[in-house]
Design a binder for this molecule. Structure first.
Ligand code: UGA
Ligand code: MN
Length: 295
């Protein structure tokens, strides 16, 4: 058994205690060391676009994601809030992480939001926000920059090794996604690094049956297809991934990553919505209690 937590020698008189911490807690630096030292994924920049919806679970979800990003060198986080104005609440949270980020916003129009008891499935989720992220990239990055673009929802679970795979992408890379499509995983089936077919069940007509978390695109393609935007129409919601991939690449060109698409490094997890019914009871009892904005 490897025990990573060793006793800190309190007798040591050290001006920079963290230098000792690095020796004593290798888990703090090992992912970063391995990323920097991996010759096949030399540390190219990743632009990561995260749409984020206001809800009670948003702060913990973003906290978990941000704390994954501490392990990832050279990543720029584009957070696009689903609000008519950026909120001070989210700005404060993002600043507290000390990560390189930009905080943008756009509100999903009311008429496209699901009404109560209506399924969210046919409604755009983070589509307007991803488009704002694309627009920002086109105006704020150089088309010749060697960098990768990844769409990362705020509620998924990301292994740090995923980002090593993203950095290997030359044009468009694909890999398995866990817990998606009512399966333990969906994945491309690859032969010699190229996609042969797909393992999936839901929405079988999709040309590229992968979740948004299952691919990354070189920045050059985002600039090249300079008018491409995700489509917000209801019928295209299950087709978001296929539309962007069909525009920017072909199946033959896809690069199979994550050990020929045999490793799962990202999971399409969902945070359960909490029952906050006691809030109403408190309000009814005359107590002032703000759900989100005062936190
Ligand atoms: C699935 C895919 O995993 C997403 O990558 C894809 O964008 C989405 O479907 C889609 O169909 O467009 P799912 O887990 O079903 O995602 O949806 P959510 O996690 O609820 O939303 C995806 C992202 O958009 C999240 O980061 C969420 O915070 C954000 N979002 C959702 C908004 O910004 N506004 C919304 O009204 C809903
Ligand atoms: Mn999700």
């Amino acid at each position: 058994m490897i025990l990573y937590i060793k006793n800190i020698d309190t007798r040591q008189d050290c001006n920079k205690p963290w230098e000792h911490l690095l020796e004593q807690y290798p888990a703090l630096v090992e992912p970063i060391r391995e990323s920097w030292n991996d010759p096949s994924s030399f540390v190219r920049k990743i632009y990561m676009i995260t749409p984020t919806k206001t809800r009670a679970e948003q702060t913990p979800d973003l906290t978990r994601l941000a704390q994954t990003l501490y392990l990832i060198p050279n990543l720029f986080w584009i957070v696009v809030e689903d609000e008519p104005q950026v909120t001070l609440r989210l700005r404060r949270l993002l600043r507290s992480f000390h990560l390189p980020f930009i905080h943008l916003n756009i509100a999903t129009p009311d008429y496209l939001k699901p009404t109560q008891n209506q399924s969210t499935w046919r409604r755009p989720r983070g589509v307007f926000q991803k488009n704002i992220g694309l627009q920002w990239l086109r105006t704020n990055t150089n088309k010749d920059e060697d960098a990768l673009v990844y769409f990362a929802d705020d509620d998924n679970t990301y292994h740090w090794k995923l980002f090593q795979e993203i950095r290997k992408v030359q044009s468009v890379g694909v890999w398995p996604v866990g817990l998606v499509g009512e399966l333990l995983y969906e994945r491309p089936i690859c032969l010699n690094g190229r996609v042969h077919s797909w393992f999936h069940y839901m929405y079988r007509k999709r040309k590229f049956p992968t979740d948004m978390a299952g691919f990354a695109i070189h920045l050059r393609l985002i600039h090249h297809y300079s008018t491409y935007v995700f489509n917000v129409s209801a019928t295209s919601i299950a087709e978001q991934e296929s539309q962007i991939l069909n525009t920017m690449t072909t199946i033959d060109q896809l690069e199979c990553l994550a050990n020929n698409a045999t490793k799962i490094y990202v999971w399409h997890t969902k945070t359960q919505s909490m029952f906050l019914t006691s809030i109403e009871r408190l309000r009814n009892a005359g107590m002032k209690y703000d759900l989100v904005n005062q936190l």
